[in-house]
Design a protein around this ligand. Structure first.
Ligand SMILES: [Fe+2]
Length: 414
């Protein structure tokens, strides 16, 4: 989840959008038919999802870490994860450990006067002053000991291996080893209304149509065969080339995800998901309909997250649901093409805190990120994909090389 606001974009891609649409023109009838079918599918799914949610039935699949560890996850659960593109894996870390981490992160931020420093930085810096005012809810720290420990845990590694094995990974990536991808911490205060994120997908916007790598990923969809598209096929995923931007991760993530440090439920300003793995087909085909201007893609803009809007994508948004209540030590995962949002208001009474940790499997593209990230770790700077706020350079209690386990060192590329 990374999408700081960006300002003027130097990349004008309108010519490439027009060229792509003209190349698709001979298929227009087939694409229109496919869009009609996928719309029907999304509507039926949305109806079922909302009916299930209203009846208190499970919508986002939930599995126990103990079953992952023991190889006992049912075929039915696996099928549901593939179908929804989402999963809650419970009890990856003991509740007491995760609760301790929450307190430790709080002490780390307090001891080092994080809030005052961020507010001071915002007032001095033109870029950051454009960000929403108010107390921070997402903390730009990457190297607290709890974050480092959460990333390198054996149980988390096993969970990611299980999830990455749901992909067709042969020739693309190693499902049994992930690289570390340092991200930030959410500590959302009760009552906060500043953090909401509107529905979006990460990992590229216009690229999903105009980049040759993405055109191969979505080849079936662009051929009008949306049923033939497999969201879990890793074959061309590492060939995509994203337009460089602070809104786009430079690693390939099979899933975005986080580990809960506190209890949080549907009213606590937490994550909302559209649990339809094929939802991306609807989005891709919608932009190719005749009512969309030839040089536009339903609002997709370079350098931003890919917005999913009521104006263009109402059928998909109708399927949006909150994640179920999670406890400290539970983890949440969503496939790289899954639409997600953060609720506008935290109406609960306690902090809602998570450490962002997705799955970036070992492969050449992801390994290429490690040298810069290693340097940032050693110096306490912000991780290379993020705004260079570098708060932790002189923070007391930051993790060091001595805090890395053998697995942690491998994941970091030491
Ligand atoms: Fe996101």
């Amino acid at each position: 989840m990374m999408h700081p606001e960006t300002t003027d974009n130097p990349f004008d891609v309108r010519d490439r959008v027009v060229a792509f649409k003209r190349a698709m023109a001979p298929r227009r009838a087939a694409l229109h038919k496919a869009f009609g079918e996928v719309t029907d599918h999304v509507r039926r799914e949305a109806d079922r999802i909302q009916a299930d949610a209203a009846a208190g039935r499970q919508v986002i699949p939930e599995i126990a870490y103990a079953d992952v560890r023991d190889g006992k996850v049912s075929d039915a659960a696996v099928a549901t994860i593939r179908k929804t593109g989402c999963a809650v894996v419970r009890g990856v870390y003991p509740e007491s450990l995760a609760t301790g981490w929450f307190e430790e992160v709080g002490a780390y931020l307090d001891d080092n006067h994080y809030e005052e420093r961020e507010i001071e930085k915002r007032s001095l810096d033109k870029y950051f002053s454009a960000l929403k005012a108010g107390k921070p809810q997402i903390f730009n720290v990457y190297w607290s000991k709890p974050q480092v420990n959460a990333r390198q845990g054996e149980s988390l590694a096993r969970t990611r291996s299980f999830l990455d094995r749901l992909w067709k990974y042969e020739g693309a990536f190693d499902p049994d080893l992930q690289v570390a991808y340092a991200d930030r911490v959410r500590r959302r205060a009760p009552g906060d209304k500043t953090l909401g994120l509107s529905p979006h997908m990460d990992a590229g916007t216009v690229e999903r149509w105009i980049d040759p790598g993405y055109q191969r990923v979505y080849a079936s969809v662009f051929a009008g065969d949306w049923r033939g598209y497999d969201p879990f096929d890793g074959k061309h995923r590492l060939e995509t080339e994203e337009i460089p931007s602070p809104a786009v991760a430079s690693v390939f993530r099979t899933y975005q995800g986080w580990t809960a440090l506190t209890r949080q439920g549907p009213n606590d300003g937490t994550l909302r998901l559209v649990p339809i793995a094929e939802g991306i087909s609807y989005l891709l085909l919608r932009a190719l309909e005749e009512d969309v201007p030839e040089d536009e893609l339903c609002g997709a803009a370079p350098g931003r997250a890919l917005g999913v809007s009521p104006e263009w994508h109402a059928d998909l948004l109708a399927a949006q649901v909150s994640i179920p209540e999670v406890m400290p030590g539970d983890t949440v995962w969503w496939h790289t093409d899954i639409c997600h949002a953060v609720a506008d208001e935290h109406a609960g009474k306690e902090y809602a805190s998570v450490v962002y940790i997705g799955s970036a499997p070992d492969c050449a593209k992801n390994r290429a990120y490690l040298p810069r990230q290693k340097e940032a770790f050693l110096a306490g700077r912000s991780a290379p994909d993020f705004a260079p706020m570098d708060f932790e350079v002189d923070f007391r209690g930051r993790a060091t090389l001595d805090d890395l386990t053998e697995l942690g060192r491998r994941q970091m590329g030491f």
